[in-house]
Design a protein around this ligand. Structure first.
Ligand code: FMN
Length: 424
């Protein structure tokens, strides 16, 4: 249904005035390195025709520009294009932009305020004719109009959505999108893409849940007959269901649990001969001695990474215990840490401990990684040489207590001696 009998790409009408002019990429198997794409993806671009001009909303990845221009030409002349909207500047939606600007030099670009420097970097030009916009800004095409919604970080800093009130249509950029290539194009005709929708959210939107919620505050009040994202099926059958699903997926999972009111601290450890484990247990007891902190202890040898990631997202503090093996922390610890890019860790409390034999690099290496992930690590990591003594276990207990107090904001600032700094 998408292309005519002779297979020439043609635009698809979403209404009398709105057309899909995107491209299909069925052979793609991974996207942005981090996402699998079991049946490829689509780069959705759109055309809106008003009584006083045409708007193009987003373009396609560079290699697919031929299909995009061919589809565009079936419904408009380049001279009619008054407006080009870029909902964000990622290359898969701006690949055809330079050529589109060459073919329609009269068109005015509309980008979000945050996209200005990025646009210059993308096009490598200083003199550019563009209008930066924020929520509430509008542009008229005569009997159709475009209203902009500032929805930053979904998933690029410069992201915005564009609403056409006369069509009750939201051009949502990557929000509500997914990698699912289906020429049937609409959600009520395409194959089952539920998995792709949720998978896309989990890998692309999840780190920005707070921003998702802010965007939903703008999107939920809109009258919506259609949501037109930049990837995957166009949502015309009960589009608000997808908005509600975003709301559900962005809520903290423990929000109804009364225990969620306590501060939560998770201790993950791994241990070959039980030395780091003894430290973990003493630290655990130390945390438990402070009321108001809900502490949990997990041996990484007995757990899968993904449920731990869910726990970590909701926790206030994270401790990692690792021995030093061959000059490094051990793989299960790195595997967990490398899976945390999908959640927001900023300002969570972090701490590290571990047993070692002679060089003991692991604790410092993991501390550096935690800081790189934007955790705060206010208490220096604790290392014990081989088997912890009773005294060292006491030290572990104090370490746990101090971290719990830190989590509750009860820890007094310590004056650090200069000699202490130079000796470490
Ligand atoms: C294969 C192997 C390699 C090790 N490499 C190091 C090392 O590079 N540096 C170090 O300080 N300790 C090293 N150790 C010593 C361990 O860190 C030490 O035995 C520690 O107490 C083990 O703690 P665990 O019982 O919690 O696993 C190594 C131990 C093994 C078995």
């Amino acid at each position: 249904m998408v292309d005519s009998d002779n297979n020439a790409p043609a635009a698809v009408a979403l209404s009398e005035r709105v057309y899909w002019i995107g491209a299909f990429d069925p052979d793609l198997r991974s996207f942005d390195i981090i996402l699998k794409t079991a049946n490829g993806t689509s780069y959705n671009a759109y055309l809106v025709r008003g009584s006083e001009g045409v708007a193009i909303i987003d373009t396609v990845k560079e290699g697919f520009a031929g299909d995009f221009f061919a589809r565009l030409e079936t419904v408009a002349d380049y001279a009619e294009i008054k407006v080009i909207v870029l909902n964000h500047l990622e290359p898969d939606h701006t690949g055809a932009l330079p050529e589109l600007m060459r073919r329609a030099p009269q068109a005015q670009l509309f980008i979000s305020q945050k996209a200005q420097t990025m646009l210059k970097a993308l096009l490598k030009r200083d003199k550019l004719n563009f209008t930066p916009v924020l929520t509430g800004d509008k542009v008229s095409l005569g009997d159709r109009s475009l209203e902009f919604l500032h929805t930053p970080y979904l998933h690029w800093p410069d992201t915005q959505c564009t609403y056409v009130p006369e069509e009750k249509t939201l051009f949502s950029g990557d929000v509500f999108g997914c990698h699912f290539c289906d020429t049937r194009l609409f959600n009520d005709e395409a194959g089952d893409f539920r998995f792709s929708f949720e998978y896309y959210y989990a890998h692309i939107m999840r780190p920005f849940k707070d921003y998702v919620i802010r965007a939903l505050e703008l999107i939920e009040p809109l009258q919506l007959d259609l949501i037109a994202p930049t990837h995957g099926p166009i949502l015309r059958d009960r589009p608000k269901r997808y908005v509600r699903r975003y709301r559900e997926m962005s809520q903290p999972s423990l929000s109804t649990d009364k225990q969620a009111k306590a501060r939560t601290l998770l201790i993950f450890y791994i241990s070959s001969y039980g030395n780091t484990r003894r430290m973990a247990e003493a630290i655990y007891a130390g945390v438990m001695s402070v009321a108001g902190v809900r502490v949990s202890l997990y041996d990484l040898e007995g757990g899968e990474v993904s449920p731990f990631v869910d726990l970590i997202e909701d926790a206030d503090g994270l401790l990692f215990g690792t021995p030093t093996i061959n000059g490094d922390a051990v793989k299960p610890v790195w595997d967990l840490l490398s899976s945390l890019t999908v959640v927001n860790l900023k300002n969570k409390l972090g701490g590290v401990f571990g047993s070692y034999g002679w060089s003991g690099e692991a604790v410092r290496l993991v501390e550096d990684r935690l800081r790189g992930l934007k955790l705060r690590v206010p208490i220096q990591g604790l290392r014990v040489k081989l088997i912890p003594t009773e005294e060292e276990l006491e030290q572990c207990h104090r370490f746990g207590r101090e971290l719990a107090q830190e989590l509750l904001g009860l820890r007094e600032a310590r004056v650090i001696d200069f000699a202490e700094l130079t000796s470490s």
